[in-house]
Design a protein around this ligand. Structure first.
Ligand code: PEP
Length: 249
């Protein structure tokens, strides 16, 4: 049995005060939610306030990115131990916005994933195709390369501990959601790629869907056998809507 994961990616939204308020509201709305991992990934500047507000609750905190080194002369970057010191358990790696606007590649993703695991963070590794790639019918090979290269060199145990977020780029922030069947098909395909790398351990890897997830579509997505949760952008900014998603309402 894989424990579902509902992770909110706030991107570059919410100040520390706004983040604290949202977290304080969310924690009471999901206090009764058992058997799932609920995660908020605020901007770096709000991590401390959000972590404090969620201490001792069933909601965890993650970073949206990290540098692979433990420390160093990398102006503007944040190291994994810094995330851990602020209460993070998770870190998003290779989000399509990082790939698109900040030049991240499967090679940088692989480096960050290895570093996150070595430091004790659970990586949420994002993969997904563009609209053009989907229309050309090359979704599976595109996603397979991202999975194989982004997770290169990991042992079966490490592969079991990674979370993969399948996020078709055309569905992110657009209001267009992949149909639950299409999302399931790609998530099952990802699991088959993982099985080639990790054997039976691939059954333990959590695979999330991301792309315009909202309270109205979470239930149907969660009904699919290879979808183990969601990575949520816009709808995670408001406590009420993210709580409904976390409760599968
Ligand atoms: C995301 O940022 O990963 C995402 C899926 O965003 P949205 O839910 O807004 O489409």
């Amino acid at each position: 049995m894989r424990t579902p994961v509902l992770a909110g990616n706030w991107k570059m939204y919410l100040t520390p005060a706004e983040g604290r308020k949202m977290a304080e509201t969310l924690r009471s709305l999901v206090a009764e939610c058992a058997g799932r991992e609920i995660v908020l990934c605020p901007p770096y500047t709000a991590l401390s306030a959000v972590s404090e507000a969620l201490e001792g609750t069933n909601v965890f905190v993650g970073g949206q990115n990290m540098h692979p080194a433990r420390e160093g002369a990398f102006t503007g970057e944040i190291a994994p131990p810094m995330l851990i010191a602020l209460g993070c358990r998770y870190v998003i790696i290779g989000h399509s916005e990082r790939r698109q606007y900040f030049g991240e590649t499967d090679a940088t993703v692989a480096e960050k994933v290895r570093s996150a695991l070595a430091e004790g963070l659970i990586p949420i590794v994002c993969v997904g195709e563009t609209l053009e790639q989907r229309e050309k019918g090359v979704t599976d090979p595109v996603v397979e390369i991202q999975v194989r290269q982004g997770l290169a060199g990991l042992s079966p145990e490490e592969l079991a501990g990674v979370i993969i977020a399948y996020e078709p780029i055309w569905a992110i922030g657009t209001g267009r959601t992949a149909s639950p069947d299409d999302a399931q098909q790609v998530c099952a395909f990802i699991r088959s790629v993982l099985a080639g790398l990790a054997g039976d351990k691939a059954q333990e890897t959590r695979i999330l869907y991301g792309g315009s997830v909202k309270p109205e579509n979470i239930k149907e997505l969660m009904n699919r056998p290879d979808i183990d949760g969601a990575l949520v952008g816009g709808a995670s900014l408001k406590a009420e809507s993210f709580a409904r998603i976390a409760r599968f309402e």
